[in-house]
Design a protein around this ligand. Structure first.
Ligand code: ADP
Ligand code: ADP
Length: 226
């Protein structure tokens, strides 16, 4: 059974823009899928509909076999990582990572175990007491990933997570994300406009253009010509 199913999903924004025009996609458990394509092709809208941050105009989205069309973001079994990190500036790294679990009333001991395990995976244990403003861009992105990992969701959603980093750090974080996925194996849907990022990260690449899926396949089958 697919972990995520998109069935003929459509998004029409007010004002008439059809950002997504009826796409179908089945994503398997543990799979790392990258949505790629030019700016404005509907990648972010698709991801935000899966997250529940954007209402769908038509079709169905299922996560873990359950149709989630009417389920609010907080109750979907997903965790999202954003380009701008979305960390709380007044909270420490530890509190930032714990927040999603605190909100969901997890026991303190369980939260502690999960935060420390995620910090270890991401190599940020020495940073747990710091505030976000005392972190580098790469460190902030690790914290944002840590916040997703502690939730242990069915699906990770990444929206251009590396766009704010310089080229060297982007390459380094790409490797880091790959390593984390190999360790936790959480089904991942990752949006980028960067083809190299898509190539290196994806089990399967989904190429979007003008609100439709143009091509789907493993990276070695796409991009064989420069
Ligand atoms: P991508 O992530 O591939 O750059 P988006 O999903 O952000 O593309 O946008 C797809 C299309 O929908 C674009 O034409 C964009 O201008 C339009 N769009 C995105 N968000 C909104 C919005 N809130 N209201 C109206 N149109 C939007
Ligand atoms: P309280 O909210 O009761 O004042 P804290 O939030 O300070 O307690 O700490 C509760 C538990 O969370 C501690 O036992 C500790 O294991 C863990 N903890 C809190 N902050 C950190 C941190 N910066 N690094 C590691 N563990 C922490």
């Amino acid at each position: 059974m697919a972990q995520v199913s998109l069935r003929k999903i459509v998004k029409a924004y007010e004002g008439g823009v059809q950002a997504v025009k009826g796409i179908d996609l089945e994503i398997d458990d543990h799979e790392f899928v990258v949505l790629v394509g030019p700016s404005g092709c509907g990648k972010s809208t698709t991801l935000r509909m899966i997250a529940g941050l954007e209402e769908i105009t038509g079709g169905d989205i299922a996560i873990g076999g359950t149709i989630v069309n009417d389920i609010p973001p907080r109750d979907r079994d997903i965790a999202m990582v954003f380009q701008n990190y979305a960390l709380y500036p007044h909270m420490s790294v530890y509190e930032n990572m714990a927040f999603g679990l605190t909100l969901r009333k997890f026991p303190k001991a369980e939260i502690d175990t999960r935060v420390k395990a995620a910090a270890e995976i991401l190599d940020i244990t020495p940073l747990l007491d710091r505030k976000p403003k005392a972190l580098s861009g790469g460190q902030r992105q690790r914290v944002a990933m840590g916040r997703a990992i502690v939730r242990n969701p069915k699906v990770f959603l990444f929206d251009e997570p590396l766009s704010n980093l310089d080229a060297k750090l982007r390459v380094q974080m790409r490797t880091e994300i790959k390593k984390v996925h190999q360790r936790v194996k959480t089904t991942t849907i990752y949006v980028t406009h960067d083809q190299v990022e898509a190539m290196t990260l994806a089990d399967r690449v989904v190429v979007m253009n003008h609100g439709i899926i143009e091509q789907v396949g493993p990276p070695q089958e796409l991009y064989h010509s420069p």
